[in-house]
Design a protein around this ligand. Sequence first.
Ligand code: NAP
Length: 238
Amino acid sequence: MSDFKKTALVTGGSRGIGAATAEALGNAGYCVTVNYLKSQGSAEALAGRIGGTAFKADVSDPSDAEALVKSSGGAGVLVLNAGISLVKQIQDTTPEDWRRLFSVNVDGAYNVIRAALPDMLREHWGRIIIISSMWGIRGASCEAAYSATKAALIGLSKALAKELGPSGITVNCLCPGVIDTDMNRALGEETLRSLAEDTPLMRLGKPEDVANAVLFLASDAASFITGQVISVDGGYAV
Ligand code: NAP
């Protein structure tokens, strides 16, 4: 495998799903750039463990996204994972809330993909893996803004799979279910227990469950898979 195929960039790699993904890729021999915004300590510690590099960038800022991609030296495997959530009824969701969710979750993916594409097009190879959510498929009550951003990412993945397939680039979308990370801590123990009970496999997901799916999609074994929306949710969205 060429160096390019073994170079990965994970946005929001400092915590949760992104951290588990960066760790799995690093342990599998990828040279990983671990993007962070606020969690410098954990990003640097993780990068140190896997022989990668930590880089601070706000993915919602196009120039930060360009600097991030530049710092990676060109990434063959791109994991668009950075994201924020919001639990609010739609009438309480302010225009600022709405814009903030879209700017991180959707603009962030667009900014980083756009910056990374010239290298992939030159190499005629790339793996773009976008982290959406089961709420992008099903919609979540009191999370309309979040659900809308995650549905947008599904549309982006499918369109890009068609546009970039002839250039040797696959684009797939993962839809995690309820994964045990900081993002869900505010939901409280009781809600998390009932979400686990509503999951056919009767447990919350672990960040590693999503990381394993990313590893597969990045591998040669997945070279004929593109444009897919793959649930990693213990059967929740079935
Ligand atoms: P998390 O534990 O809250 O971690 C979020 C990560 O995103 C952190 O590394 C954070 O970096 C980074 N981040 C946030 N805003 C950023 C920005 N503007 N620029 C760069 N990085 C930014 O979340 P998670 O649960 O691991 O979720 C990761 C992804 O999976 C998200 O897209 C989320 O929507 C999706 N997802 C999660 C679940 C779930 O149940 N947990 C389910 C479905 C989908 P810093 O800490 O360094 O600021």
